[in-house]
Design a protein around this ligand. Structure first.
Ligand SMILES: *Cc1c(COP(=O)(O)O)cnc(C)c1O
Length: 406
């Protein structure tokens, strides 16, 4: 067969894929739980979780079973027809959260694009077309569409793609005074990650989140929480806003929602949703039966005391191990984060070594992530075995020793 003649190694990547990624030298071919194997059969412990996606590990039996059974039943019908898995999943997300209405999409970017459009649309219909200002934060990350890179707080992701959508203001994260200085009655929304992920694993403080809620209420603006990375159990609660004693007006979730199958959702209230009408927004694949059936199984498993309490226990184990490594090699200035979204910040004298540590870790057999220039990020399966954490940390320590010796 012709397909067998196609080279599928890392070198092929440079010849066939748009050069927007710099993938690792090894090519994973198989995964089970928190272990992954490459083309040479070498085994890795996965602390990266597909960037906070494979929250139940690789090939979780219940997800595989749902994939197979729904795959033999009905994959896609479009939104010209509704479907049973979408209705079940929406009902469960509503029962578990502040929300009363759900919109399904396929990626974090698409859910956020929907959220930002809805915030503008709601302000336009309820107040005035001039109430369009969006307040967002430095180092925030909301996706890769033109609107979402523009709301994101890292100009390197939006520069060169202009003209950019207008009336978006960025201020420092966790700085309530800075928000107060720019918010006004023309503000339609504040957009924030409760835990900045890509920006360096930085949790919002309770005062900040509660202050944002109060400022939104004062100015009739919507509080939009991007929980694409922090949601679905990652923080130890189903959604991170539950840590803060506030409720958002709009929330987006993606990454772990399908445990590795692409699906996302935007949650909101009935009152806000009611400004929309048929034709105002849509998505061909959004809410398709295959994606929603898998996400329903993921929600059923993640939204249980066993899994959520297990996240808190594993957090302790991660933080203890990383603190010990930090101490032994005098390499981390801080270990921060919530649940199983953890950042280990490199000391200034080691700040340039993040990529080297990532590569050395892969050589030693542990997959990790970075977040920003100087933060090592960990976003493993929420059900990773404690013995896998132990072994992965031993491999990470060897990798750090190797980098420091070089
Ligand atoms: C990953 C991420 C996105 C973008 O999600 P995609 O599925 O890549 O479009 C948006 N917001 C946050 C907080 C993310 O971590």
């Amino acid at each position: 067969m012709a397909a067998e003649k196609i080279a599928v190694n890392r070198e092929t990547f440079d010849n066939v894929i748009l050069p927007v990624y710099a993938p690792a030298q090894f090519v994973p071919v198989k995964g089970k739980g928190s272990r992954v194997w490459d083309q040479q059969g070498k085994e890795y412990i996965d602390f990266s979780g597909g960037i906070a996606v494979t929250a139940l590990g690789h090939c979780h039996p219940a997800l595989v079973e749902t994939l197979k059974s729904q795959g033999e039943t009905l994959w896609h019908t479009s939104n010209v027809f509704t479907n049973e898995p979408a209705l079940r999943l929406a009902t469960k997300l509503i029962a578990a959260t502040f929300a009363e209405r759900v919109f399904f999409a396929n990626s974090g970017s698409e859910a956020n694009e929907t959220a930002f459009k809805l915030a503008r649309y709601y302000a336009c219909k309820k107040h005035s077309p001039f109430k369009s200002k969006i307040i967002a934060f430095h180092h925030g990350f909301h996706g890769r569409t033109l609107f979402t890179v523009s709301v994101g707080g890292q100009p390197k992701y939006s520069d060169g793609f202009g003209p950019k959508p207008a009336d978006i203001v960025h201020v420092p994260f966790n700085d309530l005074a800075a928000v107060k200085a720019v918010i006004d009655d023309h503000t339609c929304a504040i957009v924030v990650e409760p835990i900045q992920g890509e920006g360096g694993v930085m949790p919002a403080t309770p005062e900040f989140m509660q202050g944002l809620r109060a400022l939104c209420d004062e100015h009739q603006a919507l509080l939009v929480l991007d929980e694409v990375q922090s949601g679905m159990g990652r923080s130890g609660k189903l959604f991170a806003y539950e840590h803060y004693g506030i409720t958002p007006d709009i929330l987006t979730t993606a990454k772990a929602l399908g445990g590795g199958f692409p699906v996302s959702a935007m949650l909101t209230t009935h009152e806000i949703a009611a400004v929309m009408a048929p034709g105002a927004h849509g998505s061909t694949y959004g809410g398709n039966p295959l994606a929603c059936a898998i996400a329903e199984t993921a929600v059923d498993i993640i939204n249980t005391p066993e899994v959520l309490n297990g996240v808190a226990e594993r957090h302790q184990q991660f933080v203890a191990a990383l603190s010990a490594i930090g101490k032994q090699y005098d390499i981390f200035s801080e270990v921060r984060g919530k649940g199983l979204l953890i950042g280990a910040v490199l000391k200034p004298q080691h700040a340039s070594k993040a990529r080297d540590i990532l590569h050395a870790a892969a050589q030693q057999g542990v997959m990790i992530l970075t977040a920003g220039a100087d933060v090592m990020r960990f976003a493993p399966s929420l059900v990773i075995e404690p013995t896998d954490i132990e072994e992965g940390m031993a491999r990470l320590a060897r990798a750090i020793e190797q980098v420091l010796a070089a």
